[in-house]
Design a protein around this ligand. Structure first.
Ligand SMILES: Cc1cc2nc3c(=O)[nH]c(=O)nc-3n(C[C@H](O)[C@H](O)[C@H](O)COP(=O)(O)O)c2cc1C
Length: 186
């Protein structure tokens, strides 16, 4: 299967079968993470691979909204970084995360991203602080995202070609369709 055909099918999946992810597949995902390109090859990321049900259940409470689905995931990968290694750790982490998601697809698994960076846990604590405490990360570490991964237990139709935003693609120079012009009447 080509990468483009995987991309055509890919959807964020938030309901997983209880079946564990095989060790061999976990190792493939780890290899994909570690093969990620990073700025200047500095590799600022750190990955926490979580299969412990209790820890996953607590990761599912990282945010008030958007993390609860992790509860059904047999595998979670926390993508974090030592920000002193690279000023562009966000880009590096994002690249490794999407490569792991696509590798998961290629292995018959599904996944969904949980945003942690810049998100609150509750009124007192950020989602980052919550995850740092839960996993025993160094205090200064940043946390980009948590990937929930497993065998899908829901079906979602692929996005149809007709939904692709081709108007956002410009050749040789930006060409406006007028929709982004400032409203001069106000
Ligand atoms: C940067 C980023 C942050 C996201 N954060 C969350 C999240 O916190 N919780 C969640 O359930 N989904 C999250 N998602 C998944 C998006 O909601 C999903 O990709 C989007 O709705 C499009 O659906 P699709 O992936 O099925 O095409 C995130 C995706 C990205 C790329």
């Amino acid at each position: 299967m080509t990468l483009l055909s995987l991309l055509r099918k890919r959807r964020s999946i938030r309901q997983f079968e209880p079946k564990p992810v095989e060790q061999e597949k976990i190792e493939s995902l780890v290899e994909a993470l570690l093969r990620s390109p990073s700025s200047r090859g500095y590799n600022p990321w750190e990955f926490i691979v979580v299969t412990d049900r209790d820890v996953i259940a607590r990761l599912a409470r990282a945010k008030l909204h958007g993390s609860a689905f992790l509860e059904s995931a047999p595998l979670a990968i926390v993508v974090c970084a030592n920000p002193s290694v690279s000023d562009v750790w966000v880009e590096d982490c994002s690249i490794s995360a999407i490569l792991a998601q696509l590798t998961a697809e290629s292995l018959g698994l599904s996944s969904c991203w949980v945003q942690i960076r810049k998100r609150p846990h509750d009124a007192e604590q950020t989602a980052r602080e919550y995850v740092v405490q839960l996993l025993g990360l160094p205090d200064f570490f940043r946390v980009e995202a948590i990937l929930g991964i497993g065998y899908p237990d829901e079906e979602k139709p692929p996005h149809p070609s007709s939904s692709l935003l081709y108007e956002k693609v410009h050749y040789n120079a930006y060409k406006s369709d007028g929709s982004d012009e400032e409203d001069s009447s106000t």
